[in-house]
Ligand binder design. Structure first.
Ligand SMILES: CC(C)(COP(=O)(O)OP(=O)(O)OC[C@H]1O[C@@H](n2cnc3c(N)ncnc32)[C@H](O)[C@@H]1OP(=O)(O)O)[C@@H](O)C(=O)NCCC(=O)NCCS
Length: 187
């Protein structure tokens, strides 16, 4: 469900599902997000963990993405305790490769909330908004090949992958995480 701005009825301010609210970022999200970005489980499939300054810079980039595109990586708030538990949303990759320009759906949740279907529930709503509120034709998702949890979320969203779409992520250093799989879904 989209919650629209009273000033611009075409601009969704936030999205909502049964268990979560997907909203713009608040100051209070910084601490729990910085903690997540230091958690080796959460960051297992990224080249490295992020320090506090990198987390701050990431939130700034996410928020400027919202200003530029009208959508972004939403802060996820769990309704049962009003707590910040991570992000799910859309972004526009800045690197270029065979499938760019594109809009990517992505997620990162605090490990204590994994395994409850929350990423999939939030991502289904983001996918709906991508096609119906934002009028996108295609959404892609990508991850390091061994990241089975994330791939499972992509599959549950009805996204599909082709072997020819596998690619070496230009921003990931040489090593076991460089090779990525790409999933796509069309409107
Ligand atoms: C990926 C992530 C968002 C999933 O969050 P989540 O709320 O636990 O996801 P869901 O519960 O909706 O779905 C996870 C699915 O993966 C499955 N799964 C969990 N561990 C798995 C594993 N080791 N191998 C295969 N599947 C696995 C779950 O069983 C579930 O599938 P099911 O519903 O068919 O049983 C979360 O693990 C995360 O934040 N990971 C770290 C950040 C990250 O890697 N982000 C993606 C980078 S591209």
């Amino acid at each position: 469900m989209s919650i629209f701005s009273p000033l611009n009825p075409l601009e969704p301010l936030a999205l909502e599902t049964e268990r979560v609210v997907l909203r713009r970022w608040r100051k209070s999200d910084f601490k729990p997000f910085a903690r997540m970005n230091q958690d080796p489980m959460v960051m297992e499939f990224f080249p490295r963990r992020l320090d506090a300054d990198e987390t701050r810079a990431m939130i700034r980039r996410i928020e400027s993405g919202f200003e530029e595109h009208g959508f972004g990586l939403y802060a996820v708030e769990l309704k049962e305790n009003n707590g910040f538990i991570g992000f799910v949303g859309l972004s526009v990759p800045k690197f270029s490769t065979h499938f760019t320009p594109c809009v990517e759906i992505g997620w990162r949740l605090s490990s204590e909330y994994w395994g409850r279907g929350l990423a999939t529930e939030a991502a289904r709503e983001v996918m709906r908004a991508a096609f119906h509120d934002f009028g996108l034709e295609e959404v892609v998702s990508m991850t390091a090949i061994p990241n089975q949890r994330s791939r499972r979320v992509m599959e549950k969203l009805g996204m599909t992958t082709l072997p020819d779409d596998d690619f070496d992520h230009p921003l990931v250093p040489e090593g076991p995480l460089k090779r990525h799989v790409l999933y796509r879904k069309r409107r």
